[in-house]
Design a protein around this ligand. Structure first.
Ligand SMILES: NC(=O)c1ccc[n+]([C@@H]2O[C@H](COP(=O)([O-])OP(=O)(O)OC[C@H]3O[C@@H](n4cnc5c(N)ncnc54)[C@H](O)[C@@H]3O)[C@@H](O)[C@H]2O)c1
Length: 264
């Protein structure tokens, strides 16, 4: 199950957190991986730990030239591109009344423009490899539960992640209509204990008057019916499944990995 032998993956936002864990699981599953991020020192370390099967590249997802260079690296170093994970993301924790236009523009540049550019600039490489693959190439977009239901902490983040959820479906239709064998699915994590998770605890502590982020962390864990926060591996396993041929009959779909939080 969930093997990626012979496949090449490009993961944005892979220096740490969910993206780094996804890179690790993908290499263990037989893939070659391009670790891409703006945190260069950390990204190089992440790739180095994975040995010859991984390489790091500086990729600011808002920059077209960076995407072109990342695709070229996947092709020159590993022979092509089978999997794109649009995983880079940022969070503001600001209310509608607090956020400025500048905050919104920065958020939308990473969370939405980044997904559009990644999809556009990887499309040809993915379609080329997908033509000869039993279940095609795969794009996995990291949305959020905040892309399915409203967010008390960050309504602007929620708007971007809702956009990613629907863009995933439109992308699936786009490739299908062109007769190109590229599947596209999204993943919707609950609260995950990463750097971004920590930002949500600070925001929750402020908004709910909990005063202390560690209290907000406990509160967040209890919000999940399963009784704990998610960890990066919970989500990386889902991304791996969506990238692999085991999800070969899935496209335009969303995988919710949220400890039951949106079941309520
Ligand atoms: N942690 C959570 O609770 C949670 C919940 C739902 C969804 N998500 C989503 O999961 C994804 C990964 O987040 P994480 O939890 O691992 O947090 P994280 O902050 O550890 O990872 C995000 C990564 O994105 C990178 N990044 C930011 N701006 C970038 C840019 N312009 N270009 C390239 N890379 C950039 C960061 O450097 C970082 O390595 C994000 O899309 C996030 O929105 C996280």
């Amino acid at each position: 199950m969930n093997r990626l032998d012979g496949k090449v993956a490009l993961i944005s936002g892979a220096s740490r957190g969910i993206g780094a864990k996804t890179a690790e699981l993908m290499v263990a599953a037989g893939a070659k991986v391009i670790v891409a991020d703006v945190l260069d020192d950390l990204g190089r370390e992440t790739a180095k730990k994975l040995g010859d099967a991984a390489a790091y590249i500086h990729l600011d997802v808002t920059k077209e030239a960076d995407w072109r260079a990342a695709v070229e690296l996947a092709e020159s170093k590993f022979g092509g591109l089978d999997v794109l994970c649009n995983n880079a993301g940022v969070f503001t924790g600001l209310g509608i009344d607090e956020a400025t236009l500048d905050d919104w523009n920065k958020l939308v540049a990473v969370n939405m423009t980044g997904v559009f550019l990644g999809t556009k600039l990887c499309a040809d490489a993915l379609a080329a490899r997908g033509a000869d693959s039993p279940h095609g190439s795969a794009i996995v977009n990291t949305s959020s539960i905040a892309g399915l239901v409203g967010s008390q902490l960050d309504p602007l983040y929620s708007m971007t992640k809702g956009g990613v959820a629907l863009f995933t479906k439109s992308t699936a239709l786009f490739f299908a209509r062109k007769g190109q064998r590229v599947r596209c699915n999204s993943i919707h994590p609950g609260v995950i204990d990463t750097d971004m998770g920590a930002q949500t605890f600070v925001s929750r502590a402020q908004k709910q008057g909990l005063n202390d982020p560690s209290k907000a962390k406990e509160f967040s864990a209890k919000m999940h019916p399963i009784g704990r926060l998610g960890v990066a591996e919970d989500i990386a396993k889902g991304i791996l499944f969506l990238a692999s041929d085991d999800s070969g009959f899935m496209t335009g779909s969303g995988l919710v990995v949220d400890g039951g939080i949106t079941a309520q």
